[in-house]
Write a new protein. Structure first.
Length: 98
């Protein structure tokens, strides 16, 4: 059964592994997130070798249906974030445990 790992748990793990304080680790993570978000807002692609790449896709406006009520709704033009895992990440996730 999988579980959700929170940002706080990642900060704890990285801080322990690197010897950096949790406050400094959190500041670095916030800086990374801010940089990625700013790049995506400018419609740039962010590539983290060995992990994957983030990008954005434009979605055209379209008609949709509310599954609960059956009512037709109109979705506006929008931009959605995307993530494509690297080949290495896919291989690591599919590697049999020894």
């Amino acid at each position: 059964m999988s579980r959700t790992i929170t940002k706080a748990e990642i900060i704890d793990t990285v801080a322990t592994a690197t010897g950096i304080t949790k406050v400094d680790t959190e500041a670095v993570m916030k800086g990374i997130f801010t940089t990625i978000i700013a790049a995506l807002k400018d419609h740039n692609r962010v590539e983290l070798r060995g992990f994957g790449s983030f990008g954005v896709k434009k979605r055209n406006p379209r008609k949709a249906r509310n599954p609960g009520t059956g009512e037709i709704i109109y979705l506006p033009k929008r931009v959605v974030p995307t993530f494509k895992p690297s080949r290495l990440l896919k291989e690591l996730l599919n590697k049999p445990d020894l």
